[in-house]
Design a protein around this ligand. Structure first.
Ligand SMILES: Cc1ncc(COP(=O)(O)O)c(C=O)c1O
Length: 372
């Protein structure tokens, strides 16, 4: 189907950066710099500087970033990690593959974990909290940090969707023991394939993760233990470094789009919108997605499809506890379940033109003015 407004537009971004990308790819390939080379180090340094941390370890995906962070943090089989059900299955998988159990907490109106419900879920097995900063908005970290301190829990942030978001002036990824980013193509900063990174201020953790990503191999030729092969390719790092130059403009544009959507849709009673961008205040949101709640969501989605507007449902429309094969069905999470019945994500990427945004706004308004 030819969309009038695409949810994501990879070719449009590529066309704008083509010349620089192609010449860099040619240069990297001509040098034969493929693994653990200078482009990777340069990109890791850029992320350190941007997030405000001492170490960045590039890995093969956001999922592996989470998995290695959990393992390097010393989480053991039988431990529990508290997170939310409204997240990508990767968050749960990273916990599961370390032998620990994901323990799920309901969300609040910001679609992030509701910190007021965390304490009730803490047991003697709880070792960590994994807040997921969804849709480019950081969780309520003051409350989460104070609970973690009270019970002696680690914080490992799933910041896959939040590069550049801040809370009280601090960047996503810099609050806990470790922060994990995804550079999956559709992310705020996307590679041409899978990529991710762990950030941390902890020297020992950084060292362990750099061993874990590379078969456990240490400088002296010995191995640190059983490990993995999950390095971030040097070529992808070179690509990410180029795209990173446009990153501030992309965030600015995402925030502009979110403001326009807010202005154009705020009068529709049937919708519950995300918080609009503000210049001052605790939260600087980066709008990885524009996820809203809509009455008659399925009808709205069908109508938008008919009118050529591509939309998505978060994770296909289900939280972790609603995928029966994962064995996490024993949860009653009313706000998460209500959200999954109503949530829809409308196009949000920096290459949207103003006429696209106006068309989306006009079409959503039309739907609610003339219900079928
Ligand atoms: C919240 C969240 N966690 C983890 C991941 C996993 O990242 P990746 O796809 O790079 O493995 C993603 C993205 O896909 C995500 O959105």
């Amino acid at each position: 189907m030819e969309w009038r407004v695409k949810y994501i537009d990879y070719p449009s971004q590529y066309r704008k950066l083509e010349e620089e990308l192609v010449s860099t790819i040619r240069e990297v390939l001509s040098r034969g710099d493929l693994l653990l080379r200078q482009n990777l180090e340069d990109f890791e340094q850029s992320i350190c500087k941007f997030v405000g941390v001492n170490h960045t370890i590039g890995v093969n995906s956001g999922t592996d970033a989470l998995h290695l962070a959990v393992e390097a943090a010393g989480i053991k089989p039988g431990d529990e990690i508290i997170t939310s059900s409204h997240t990508f299955v990767a968050t749960g998988a990273a916990i599961h593959h370390s032998g620990a159990k994901p323990v799920l907490v309901d969300i609040g109106d910001d679609h992030n974990i509701n910190p007021d419900l965390i304490e009730d879920m803490i047991t003697e097995k709880t070792k960590a909290i994994m807040p997921v900063h969804l849709n480019g908005r950081i969780c309520d970290m003051d409350k989460i940090i104070s609970i973690a301190n009270k019970y002696g829990l680690l914080i490992i942030e799933d910041a896959a969707q939040a590069l550049g978001a801040t809370y009280k002036g601090k960047k996503a990824g810099s609050f806990g023991l470790a922060g994990c980013f995804s550079f999956y193509p559709a992310k705020l900063l996307g590679a041409y394939g899978d990529a991710g990174a762990v950030v941390t201020n902890n020297n020992e953790l950084a060292q362990n993760i750099s061993y874990l990503r590379n078969h456990g191999r240490m400088d002296d030729g010995d191995v640190s233990g059983w490990a993995y092969n999950t390095r971030l390719d040097n070529l992808q790092a070179a690509i990410l470094q180029i795209k990173f130059k446009s990153f501030p403009d992309w965030i600015k544009r995402r925030r502009e789009i979110a403001s326009k959507y807010h202005e154009g849709l705020e009068n529709i009673e049937e919708l519950r919108l995300p918080t609009p961008p503000v210049e001052t205040g605790d939260f600087f949101d980066v709008y990885q997605n524009y996820e809203l709640e809509a009455n008659s969501r399925d009808d709205l989605r069908n109508y938008l499809t008919e009118q050529g507007i591509e939309t998505m449902l978060p994770w296909g429309g289900k939280g972790l506890h609603q995928f029966t094969a994962l064995g996490l069905s024993d949860y009653n999470l009313p706000r998460t379940e209500e959200m999954f019945e109503k949530a829809i994500m409308i196009p949000m990427h920096p290459d949207l033109e103003d006429h696209h945004i106006d068309y989306v706004i006009q079409t959503v308004n039309q739907f609610y003015r003339n219900p079928k």
